[in-house]
Design a binder for this molecule. Structure first.
Ligand SMILES: *Cc1c(COP(=O)(O)O)cnc(C)c1O
Length: 371
């Protein structure tokens, strides 16, 4: 058999990621905003994290302790922030494996304080405040009280305040809510007498505000994942000027290529995944079955490179139509993933992650070997 790259595979171009990180670090530096590179979509891939560090990020953030530990085990030397509020069951892990964590619950902070004391360490804390997107965050009117409690807890150091918009309800970071954050920071400093060095304004959705507004107030940090990795604005998916949008490419293999009718035959009910069948086109057309499915990827977040179009997917099969007749069994089809597709492909044990350059760089252990 001819030697072949494994499929499905996710090809990762580290140089493009480094370039994207450096470009965003540079344009935000002109606004005095530091960048935390968020690695969760890559499951804390050390090779990707190193590219972010080379691009000049001030620190790394991930939502899961397993990923932060993977970074440490991979020898990545960077300041780390756990960007999801710690699970009470993990406070000891958090204190051991993250320099800072974001927090919203007094009980968790008390547990972190005890864990830090047990470990003989100081753990740093950023309090997240709710500014309307209704995911994590202390209500603004409760922030003052929370700050007072945290500064009284041994072995915790309050670094600053953060917020997160856009992720749950699509609330757009704007002059209004970002000014509210800055005002809160000023007020808390005045009433408690504590200095807040870190004001973490949000994620990739904050970029239009950060680069476009005349006054960014007290915000001095953004936590960026999608914009660095995919080179796009999350709010409208538009490419960011000067950034690569193709640092990741998903490649899957054709296992069937046949001309078939465009309409199913027989009485039609709901499909395996609940959706109704979508009819595409008339007459006969070439359909490709590709060996990848919902277990590996969010197919709705894939854009095929070339002239094939995705019709749908079940657990292990993805169906495309192809206008050209020369797509044979065994040929490869490539796709550009969006954030959701990237996240799922990275997480699937069936998808090989192929890092370029360098055969020795690995993202994670593979389910199977291809030797
Ligand atoms: C995922 C996440 C980010 C990064 O978001 P992107 O849209 O990928 O930039 C930032 N902050 C928090 C709290 C997150 O959960």
């Amino acid at each position: 058999m001819r030697p072949q790259a494994p499929t499905p595979r996710l090809e990762v171009d580290l140089e493009k990621i480094r370039h994207n990180a450096a470009a965003l670090v540079q344009s935000l530096a002109s606004r005095n905003i530091a960048v935390i590179g968020v690695t969760k979509a890559t499951l804390g891939c050390p090779a990707v994290a190193r590219a972010l560090v080379e691009g000049g990020v001030a620190g790394l953030g991930d939502s899961r302790m397993q990923n932060l530990r993977r970074l440490a085990a991979g020898g990545v030397d960077a300041d780390t922030t756990l960007i999801r509020s710690p699970m009470p069951s993990q406070v000891d892990l958090v204190v051991a494996g993250a320099d800072t964590s974001v927090n919203t619950e007094i009980d968790v902070l008390r547990m972190l304080s005890s864990a830090a004391r047990r470990a003989g360490r100081t753990h740093r804390v950023v309090l997240m405040v709710e500014l309307g997107d209704l995911r994590e965050g202390v209500m603004p009117e409760d922030l003052d009280e929370m700050v007072r409690v945290v500064i009284g807890l041994p072995n915790l150091l309050l670094e600053g305040i953060g917020t997160n918009l856009a992720c749950q309800n699509g609330v757009i970071p704007s002059r209004l809510n970002m000014d509210q954050l800055s005002t809160l920071v000023d007020e808390v400093e005045t009433t408690t007498g504590v200095g807040l060095s870190r004001v973490s304004g949000g994620n990739s959705a904050n970029l239009p505000w950060a680069l476009g507004s005349s006054d960014i107030g007290r915000v001095n940090e953004l936590r960026l994942g999608e914009s660095i990795l995919l080179g796009r604005q999350p709010l409208d998916r538009r490419p960011i000027e000067g950034l690569h949008t193709d640092a990741f490419r998903l490649i899957a293999e054709v296992i069937e290529s046949k001309v078939k009718p465009s309409h199913p035959t027989g009485a039609v009910g709901r499909t395996a995944f609940g959706a109704r069948h979508v009819i595409s086109g008339e007459g006969n057309a070439r359909r490709l079955v590709v060996a990848i499915g919902r277990q590996d990827v969010d197919h709705e977040g894939l854009v095929p490179i070339g002239d094939a179009a995705i019709i749908g997917a079940s657990s292990d099969h993805m169906i495309l139509t192809s206008p050209s007749d020369d797509v044979l069994v065994g040929s490869e089809v490539s796709f550009e993933p969006d954030y959701s597709a990237l996240l799922r492909a990275m997480t699937s044990p069936f998808v090989d992650v192929v890092i370029k350059p360098g055969p020795r760089l690995r993202c994670r252990d593979r389910l199977r070997s291809n030797g």
